[in-house]
Ligand binder design. Structure first.
Ligand code: TPP
Ligand code: MG
Length: 800
């Protein structure tokens, strides 16, 4: 047993110790009960095989440690009346968190049929990992949770996200020693360089060194304690070490360590808030070393289990068939002395409940874990102020992200006092041309400042760390606790969080079905520096596949937008910032881009999601179009408009329709996605039998995938990114991928019946320009003059 304490908090009294231990034993009993029992919950009769579940599922190994921590958090919160949220990294320890929620009563308040008595205990046990029951992890269904812990790695970034701008909140974060080996968790330690002791809450990490993962020792548990201590100090912590396997001693040491930690947090806060100290604080944390599977079977079938990796899941696996295992399980359950913990009706005794705080202070009842309850409407200014003037399409150029940057700046400014909006990104806010926001808020930074630094600020709400995982985790934690935000990222590198966004979408899908969970603000991505304009970086930075990934996920929670110009980006951004319970992905360029639509037209177009741009086509209304040129994305839109102009010039009799798609899910059948079009609508827009040449921002297969069931699908020809990338001119990128205007014209000639012969000279000319392009760029290092100087020649009715 070792513990490092500068101030010595009052030791536990014997009564407190007894009652804390009773609570811990009760939670352990309830955890084992959930894993094994479907009947005889209080062991009022000898345990028989039919009392045991036929399929034994769940994770015991981590549970006694989590129960120990929960018990002591209860004491701490109650004694000090703390506002606390706990993130349980080893979320596979669902039985422990459920047991504690049931003990504190928050479970029965959320699920009234699971009462805090014998009948409710029987339900609690039976439903766990049982068909029609509850998941084995700390899932969205679990009261008090913002973190599933199923996919390990995100606990600490979630905890920091929750703490940001919640100055009175203590976020405790339990980290498994296995989870601590993951990249995302390792990066999240750096959050101490960003957490503001004045405007933010505190995070108290508890690194739970139970020594093992599923089948291996953990790296950190086998480090000499001095090395581990030095590592954690390097991350900005002042670790308190609690080590032991004798319950009473651990109770005493953990209670003291938690008291000390909170005292030190108070000291840090007072220094910063009252004393004006701006030095980066050293935050306390706890390293808790207790055995994995503590208090479980010491040995099973002659091999050690308690204190080893073998306790990770279900230590006694053959209870229904092997009488020895059954006896061992009964002895294990009775070792907690349930008759001392629960009365004859199964109600926990007063001693067991003595440590539990009241009302919303309980970990399972904190509103911070049901963030929608705390959510306020974001004060979004009217868009007119930011809109670019568009008298006619294509007459001016703007950088769309720079235009939206001004909007974000004013959202930042409007939330300066309420502090419920953050912008996160991996070092790219300025590169993505959103730097206008710095006028309203600098970048959060607590580490050393040098004269060369710009826009760094102790209380900043722009968050920049070169860890997409940490950005994502911070934002998720922030949103799940009832705030708003936006993640701006290079399009190619957002793939780094593919797996994290999966988990968040799963979370949203599940919470949408839980009536007690209030909707939260959507997770919004602004993906820019996209595939077509990687002028500095080339192939490594070219990947438009994130949208393919998210469109595999629950359609009810996923939205993807391709605004083609500045005003549509404004309209889409406004829309997503107002939305709830979605993951919204916006893909938009930062390079100068033609302004096609006025704000009014952009707003209408975005509401439609996809529409005919009458002013761009040559339909005269008296006959059906001969071909549809469709586009999604800013660069494809430019190429389609340039192709439409070429067709107008070279094939004036051709009836061309131009369709722009902003909301890509509009292509899906209405039965598959809430934004999907009916077949009537789709056939009207794209025709059932005319060639559709679709120029798409990303991988062409996505469009086929979304539209494959449409009547006219076999007439659809999609151009997009074919994984051909390099550092070259912007136009060469589209030529290399066959998305350029000349190729699109050739596609039209190839597919519209009768044109192949009639327009073979035009086709030849198009091919000639492509060849000329090839040699021109190699000689001049820049695009052809007719491409660089291209402009839209107005025709027909202007929009509106
Ligand atoms: C990213 C990820 N990889 C692998 C797993 C599979 N897995 C589940 S639990 C576990 C071991 C976790 O060990 P630790 O974090 O030490 O938790 P504890 O010992 O408290 O159970 C692993 C590898 C996972 N859940 N997530
Ligand atoms: Mg472990």
């Amino acid at each position: 047993m070792s513990s490092d304490m500068r101030q010595t908090p009052a030791p536990l009294t014997d009564d407190e110790l007894r009652s804390l231990d009773a609570h811990w034993r009760a939670a352990n009993y309830l955890s084992v009960g959930q894993i094994y029992l479907m009947d005889n919950p209080l062991l009022t009769e000898p345990l028989r095989p039919e009392h045991v579940k036929p399929r034994l599922l769940g994770h015991w190994g981590t549970s006694p440690g989590l129960n120990m921590i929960h018990t002591h958090l209860d004491r701490l919160i109650k004694n000090r009346d703390l506002n606390t949220l706990c993130v349980w990294g080893p979320g596979h320890g669902g039985p422990a968190v459920l047991a504690n929620s049931w003990l504190e009563g928050s479970y029965s308040e959320t699920y009234p049929d699971v009462t805090r008595d014998a009948a409710g205990m029987a339900r609690l046990f039976r439903q766990f990992s049982f068909p029609g029951g509850v998941p084995s992890h700390v899932a969205p269904e679990t009261p008090g949770s913002i973190h599933e812990g199923g996919e390990l790695g995100y606990a600490l970034s979630h905890a920091y996200g929750a703490a940001l701008d919640n100055p009175d909140l203590l976020v405790v974060c339990v980290i498994g020693d296995g989870e601590a080996e993951t990249g995302p968790l390792a990066a999240a330690w750096h959050s101490t360089a960003f957490l503001d002791p004045v405007g933010d809450g505190a995070v108290l990490p508890i690194l739970h060194l139970n020594g093992y993962k599923i089948a291996n020792p953990s790296v950190l548990a086998r480090l000499p304690e001095d090395d581990l201590d030095a590592l954690l100090r390097g991350y900005g912590h002042d670790p308190l070490h609690v080590t032991g396997d004798e319950p009473a001693a651990v109770h005493r040491a953990l209670a003291a360590a938690l008291d000390t930690a909170v005292d030190r947090i108070d000291t840090v806060r007072r220094a910063a808030r009252e004393g004006g100290v701006t030095d980066r604080p050293r935050w306390p944390m706890i390293v808790l070393r207790t055995p994995k599977g503590w208090t479980g079977p010491a040995e099973v079938d002659g091999v050690p289990v308690e204190g080893t990796w073998r306790s990770h899941q279900v230590p006694l696996a053959a209870v229904r068939d092997d009488p020895a295992h059954l006896r061992q399980l009964e002895a294990w359950l009775r070792s907690y002395r349930p008759e001392e913990l629960f009365d004859e009706h199964g109600v926990p005794r007063a001693d067991v409940l003595a440590c539990i705080p009241a009302g919303r202070r309980r970990l399972g009842a904190t509103p911070y874990a049901n963030g929608g309850l705390l959510l306020r409407e974001l004060p979004l200014p009217p868009l007119e102020k930011y809109a670019v003037e568009v008298d006619r399409p294509g007459a001016t150029l703007h950088e769309p992200t720079r235009v939206v940057g001004a909007l974000l700046r004013d959202v930042m400014a409007a939330t300066a006092d309420r502090r419920d909006f953050r912008l996160v990104g991996p070092d790219e806010t300025a590169s993505n041309r959103l730097d206008a926001v710095y006028a309203a808020s600098g970048k959060a930074w607590q580490a050393r400042l040098l004269p060369v630094d710009e826009h760094l600020e102790r209380h900043g709400r722009v968050m920049e760390i070169l860890s997409e995982h940490t950005c994502q985790g911070w934002l998720e934690g922030y949103l799940l606790t009832g705030r708003h935000g936006l993640f701006s990222c290079y399009e190619a590198f957002v793939h780094i969080v593919d797996s994290m966004v999966n988990q968040h979408i799963k979370w949203l899908r599940t919470t949408r079905r839980l009536t007690w969970r209030a909707p939260i603000a959507s997770l919004n991505y602004l993906l820019t520096s996209h595939v077509w304009r990687q002028d500095h970086n080339g192939f490594s930075h070219q990947d438009p596949g994130f949208v393919d990934h998210v469109l595999n996920k629950s359609p009810e929670a996923v939205r993807v937008y391709f605004p083609p110009d500045a005003n549509t980006l404004l309209a889409v951004t406004d829309h997503v910032l107002r939305s709830r319970d979605y993951v919204n992905v916006i893909v938009a360029g930062k390079q100068p881009c033609f302004d096609w639509l006025s704000l009014e037209d952009a707003t209408v177009h975005c509401a439609r999601g996809a529409s005919v741009w009458e002013w761009a086509g040559t339909e005269n209304g008296s006959r059906e179009p001969d071909v549809v040129l469709a586009c999604a994305g800013d660069v494809p839109t430019l190429e389609v408009l340039a192709a439409a102009q070429l067709l107008r010039r070279h094939l004036p009799d051709l009836s061309v329709r131009v369709v722009n798609v902003v909301d890509i899910a509009r292509l899906m059948p209405s039965g598959e996605h809430p934004h999907g079009m009916s077949d009537f609508e789709y056939d009207g827009l794209f025709t059932a039998d005319k060639p559709v040449i679709f120029a798409y921002h990303g991988y062409p297969w996505l469009i086929h995938r979304l539209a494959y069931r449409r009547t006219g699908h076999r007439h659809m020809h999609v151009r997009g990114y074919k994984e051909i990338g390099t550092t070259t001119t912007p136009f060469d990128m589209v030529v290399a991928n066959d998305l350029d205007r000349y190729r699109l014209v050739m596609d039209v000639i190839d597919r519209v019946p009768g044109l192949a012969v009639r327009a073979s000279v035009v086709r030849q000319r198009m091919e000639d320009v492509r060849l000329r392009h090839h040699s021109w760029i190699r000689e001049h290092g820049t695009d052809l003059p007719e491409v660089v100087d291209w402009s839209w020649e107005p025709t027909g009715p202007s929009p509106r």
